[in-house]
Write a protein that binds this ligand. Structure first.
Ligand code: DCB
Length: 518
């Protein structure tokens, strides 16, 4: 009942925003002596607030994320979009997300968390992006004003400190911001009022431009998901929704359990700015990965996929077996992971499933990898009938000749070939030609400019021969890896900040070469 009531309240509040009814007297549940009485009354007088039909205001209830974002959207004059889920706030939420007021992982577009109290740090971010974008501040001066600054997540520094500088955020009586707590409807009104007045009134602002990294932008000739839509495999060629050949180029993450910070929306936007249109999310199974912490790794992998989606990239979700060489060893875990992934992303054209990175050791195609692939293809197909699925092969995904002789039944299946330019050459290239001639669709979901152990070299001459070869054949690829580890296959120099944009100076020899080939 209470939920219904607060939902109605939200609707009434939102629907009456920005209209100009006659000034209202204070709400019966707003007492004249309350600290927020004048703020609420003034906002009511401006027509920004109106009570429920019974005239009440519920000032001490926590404001939900959907309510807060919707009010901000209306104050900023943003047109609600069509809205994909059935929630009453879906239209405003979609527009606000598109305008960059918050990220997918903060408030997922599925509606999850929208009716929960919004945190103060997120509320202030939304408010600042909506009404005072680009507002400056002095870091030392403003951070010194917040007693519990250390409790603030770094991604909210900018907006929180700018809000302090603008006088929008004043802290509680003790000088604390309490970033993770919620805020009441009364407090939210106070925030909106101060931000509106700092912004010069209720004049709608143009939507803030989504932040773009300041790396030299090489527009992709191949296009992202917006341009290409659902992928399909026609013969041996990867094609877009219209059936035109498409080639994907991009980076693979390193192990998410170690270098997850380079699988952020910013990191992906940085590669997209250089022309990448795909990102591979390498979720190790062993070595401290999924098998030892399934929930945490699932969350990280999904967050990375969401970040790729946000950057308009195709996202390869990679079950990164390595020390566990036989995929059958953990087939039940793989089925449950991919069933959950396919359920979550079944309507999403971005996602490509890579079911076993590199089978190795004592495994055969017929005895281990193919039966595994058949089980995983069924598990994924139960949810996602047409998404592209990538299948590995024995010897670290080099034995595509075995797959070509005995392929898995099904549509939109491709087979991975992995190479390292310092180790593998002509022989493997011939294998690709033979496999494709036999009708096998090939995808190079991982290659490195180093030796096969990730170090040595770099072998740029050999890499160039390889990439030219793939280009002539329209074969897609991802490079190992987007991280700052001190190894030659890493694309970033040690210490490169994951949160900012990157210049040529941040890239390693391998990184410069690879990024130039997107
Ligand atoms: C693959 C793996 C990938 C591995 C790279 C480079 O393994 F898919 O996970 O990455 O190729 O070896 C490396 C990282 C290191 C990390 C290590 C263990 O770069 O930082 O310490 O994983 O997690 C291959 C590929 C081919 C061959 C051998 C391996 N091969 N291998 O042809 O012999 O031994 O991992």
């Amino acid at each position: 009942m209470r939920r219904l009531w607060s939902g109605l309240w939200a609707l009434a509040l939102v629907l009456t925003l920005c209209v100009s009814p006659p000034a209202l007297a204070a709400f019966p549940d707003v007492h004249a002596g309350a600290w927020y009485a004048s703020v609420v009354e003034e906002m009511a007088a401006q027509g920004i607030l109106k009570g429920l039909p019974d005239g009440s205001f519920h000032p001490e209830d926590a404001i939900s994320a959907a309510e807060f974002v919707t009010i901000a959207a209306r104050c900023a004059g943003l047109e609600p979009a069509r809205g994909q889920c059935g929630h009453w706030a879906a239209g405003s939420m979609e527009t606000a997300l598109g305008a960059g007021w918050y990220d997918w992982d903060e408030l997922p577009p599925t509606g999850e968390g929208w009716d929960k109290p919004i945190s103060r740090q997120l509320a202030v971010k939304v408010l600042m992006k909506a009404l005072l974008p680009g507002k400056g501040y002095d870091y030392t001066a403003e951070s010194g004003k917040i007693k519990d600054f250390s409790a603030l997540n770094g991604r909210y520094y900018d907006t929180t400190l700018a809000a302090c500088a603008a006088g929008v955020v004043t802290g509680d009586g003790a000088g604390n911001f309490r970033p993770l707590d919620g805020l009441t409807r009364a407090e939210a009104c106070a925030l909106f009022q101060r931000a509106l007045s700092a912004a010069g009134g209720v004049t709608p602002q143009p939507p803030a431009e989504t932040e773009r990294p300041s790396v030299p932008a090489v527009p992709s000739a191949k296009g992202g998901v917006t341009e290409n839509g659902w992928l399909q495999v026609v013969g041996t060629q990867l094609c877009n929704e219209r059936g035109e050949p498409v080639v994907l180029h991009g980076m693979s993450s390193h192990g998410l359990q170690w270098y997850g910070q380079y699988a952020s929306a910013q990191a992906m936007a940085n590669t997209a700015a250089y022309g990448a249109n795909v990102f591979r999310v390498a979720m190790y199974t062993g070595e401290g990965g999924y098998l030892s912490q399934p929930e945490a790794m699932t969350e990280r992998a999904f967050a990375a996929v969401d970040a790729a989606i946000q950057a308009d990239l195709y996202a390869i979700l990679d079950w990164h077996i390595l020390s566990d060489g036989d995929p059958m060893a953990n087939v039940a875990a793989a089925e449950s992971f991919f069933a959950a992934a396919a359920e979550r992303y079944k309507d999403c054209p971005n996602v490509i499933y890579e079911i076993c990175n590199e089978p190795n050791g004592n495994v055969t195609w017929a005895g281990n990898v193919k039966p595994y692939a058949q089980r995983l293809v069924s598990a994924i197909r139960a949810q996602a009938p047409k998404s592209v699925i990538l299948i590995g092969s024995p010897t670290w995904s080099q034995d595509i000749h075995l797959a070509a002789a005995d392929p898995v039944a099904g549509e939109n299946l491709m087979y991975t070939l992995h190479f390292y330019a310092g180790t593998h050459g002509q022989e493997l290239r011939q294998r690709i030609d033979a496999a494709m001639a036999a009708g096998l669709p090939v995808f190079v979901s991982e290659w490195g400019a180093s030796r096969a152990d990730g170090s040595g070299g770099v072998f740029l001459e050999e890499s160039k021969v390889w990439l030219d070869f793939l280009e002539e054949r329209g074969v897609s690829w991802c490079n190992w890896s987007l991280c700052d580890k001190n190894e030659t296959s890493a694309a970033l120099k040690p210490g490169t900040a994951p949160a900012g944009s990157w210049t040529e100076d941040d890239l390693t020899e391998s990184g410069r070469f690879v990024f130039s080939r997107f």
